[in-house]
Design a protein around this ligand. Structure first.
Ligand code: PAF
Length: 510
């Protein structure tokens, strides 16, 4: 594709009509550094869409005239950098193009008070209104499928996510972690203004945040006053240093699994922001739903893509059922059941095909627990109160330090009610019956006609959702995904987008 530079809004409309492709959009204000390069190259590697970089110094988001005048302008170099890192087109509009005088169609937006009055909004009056206005204008002109933004400007990212949601814009926001320089300070276009000494001070500030994160990992505590004292001792001028909930920007609470420690300091004329995310444990995704919704396939793929542990709770009920059959235990007798629960060990281990094997008392049962015999008993076993209590505890032990995606029927409601992301995966009865019928590995595909399969599924749904202990119900805060008409990959991508929306990419980085 021929690389183009577009300067007029009329040209952008023509270009959009001619490219015949979806667009990845990377908005910038120029003076591109490795942070921008990462955004452009991530967009390029993500998909085969056309990548458009915009370079526009937006006067509306500067609260200080001098800052606007001094903002570094390096347009020739920016063009080279953009094209050599994956941009197919660069949009360099003039101020009149973006804000044509007397054009009543241009909307000047207000950022939501609850998000824009905290942190940077305290001192940069009107800044986020300006950001919303320009991004909304650009999105309306460009109509991209994906918008790429850095997590470095976390508050901006939250406000723009809110804008997309409120205005019901059909664009997915993809974020990348803060990119840091060799000495640990976050890359920023304004860093060019720093003297050697100012840079040293910022390095100190960033390393204090990293240190706070390390202490938090060990002690689950944050010593804000200590950090402030240390910064003041170095004569660093602090604009703010706050410990907040990462999405609401309200004060962090003890129960918040993920929180944000964010600060802004001034060094000479330059103002710099930095932050770290603190986690009590790694994130948990809970995926519940009825049989045939595609839960297992989707959960396994998500575990692989997000490098999370895959916890198949159904396999644990099957493993216990296997032992009960093997040892001919009369599970209706409480004492006998207690004995077996006392001694059983159920362990998951990755095998050489990067799948997971299930072991019961050190014996691999992966294949055997999928037999017809187990199918016929597992539902009964899993509705026994003591069994549920025992296995839920085991599951919680496995999930103690997080970092897992668990599938089942009561994960979001009972096992991990504090999971960061809860999905209720389902599909219509017609769709689930069709899937079971076309599953070559399932005996149903050969032995049962479609109508009877539908009846069976209805019966199982009824039993599952009306049983007394841990019935299959959607948790209040779960997101329902109806998978009819979607491919497995589309469902996986959707869940990963939802995960990325909740969990900052950099939260998992040490
Ligand atoms: O983050 C920036 O560089 C700017 O705020 C943005 C998103 C390009 C809007 O001008």
């Amino acid at each position: 594709m021929k690389k183009v530079i577009i300067r007029k809004t009329e040209e952008i409309e023509n270009w959009r009509r001619n490219i015949n492709s979806e667009i990845n959009f990377i908005p910038t204000m120029g003076n591109l550094h490795n942070g921008h390069i990462k955004l452009i190259s991530t967009a390029k590697n993500d998909n085969s869409n056309v990548n458009l970089v915009s370079i526009f110094i937006n006067p509306l988001q500067f609260d200080n005239k001098l800052d606007l005048e001094n903002y570094p302008k390096t347009i020739d170099n920016d063009i080279k950098i953009s094209f050599s890192n994956g941009a197919d087109a660069i949009f360099i509009p003039s101020i009149e193009d973006i804000y044509p005088p007397n054009n009543k169609n241009i909307k000047f937006l207000k950022a939501p008070e609850e998000l824009s009055s905290a942190l940077c909004g305290l001192n940069r009056i009107g800044h986020f209104d300006g950001v919303c206005t320009v991004v909304y204008r650009l999105l309306n002109l460009i109509k991209p499928k994906n918008l790429y933004l850095g997590e470095k400007d976390w508050q901006q990212l939250l406000i723009l996510k809110n804008l997309v949601l409120k205005k019901k814009l059909n664009v997915a926001i993809k974020s990348i972690p803060t990119q840091r320089d060799f000495d640990g300070i976050p890359l920023s276009s304004r860093n060019v203004h720093l003297s050697k000494n100012e840079r040293k001070l910022i390095r100190f500030f960033s390393s204090e945040l990293v240190e706070a994160k390390k202490i938090f990992q060990k002690e689950k505590k944050i010593y804000l006053n200590e950090i402030i004292k240390k910064l003041l001792a170095k004569k660093i001028s602090i604009e703010y240093l706050e410990h907040l909930h990462p999405h609401t920007l309200q004060k962090a609470k003890i129960g918040d699994n993920i929180s944000l420690l964010a600060g802004a300091i001034r060094c000479g004329e330059t103002r710099l922001i930095d932050h770290v995310f603190l986690m009590r444990r790694r994130p948990i995704i809970a995926i519940d739903g009825p049989a045939g919704s595609g839960k297992s396939t989707v959960t396994k793929l998500i575990a692989k893509k997000l490098k999370l542990l895959y916890l198949d709770t159904g396999a644990m009920y099957r493993a216990l059922s296997w032992l009960i059959i093997k040892e001919s235990i009369d599970y209706k007798k409480e004492k006998k059941l207690q004995n077996i629960l006392k001694d059983i060990s159920i362990v998951f281990k990755s095998n050489t095909n990067s799948h997971q094997d299930v072991y019961v008392n050190n014996y691999c049962v992966t294949k055997e627990i999928r037999s017809q015999k187990i199918n016929s008993i597992v539902s009964k076993i899993s509705s026994i109160k003591e069994v549920r209590k025992f296995l839920v505890e085991e599951q919680r032990k496995i999930g103690e330090s997080g970092g897992l995606v668990a599938e089942g029927r009561d994960i979001g409601t009972t096992v991990f009610p504090h999971a960061e992301l809860k999905i209720f995966l389902t599909a219509s009865i017609d769709e689930r019956a069709k899937r079971r019928k076309s599953d070559k590995n399932s005996k149903d595909s050969q032995e049962i006609d479609l109508h009877s399969l539908k009846e069976l599924i209805k019966k199982r749904d009824f039993e599952d959702s009306t049983r007394e202990i841990s019935p299959l119900i959607k948790a209040n805060d779960a997101i329902e995904i109806i998978t009819d008409g979607y491919s497995i990959n589309e469902v996986v991508e959707k869940i990963i987008d939802l995960y990325n929306d909740k969990i900052p990419k950099e939260a998992e980085i040490e």
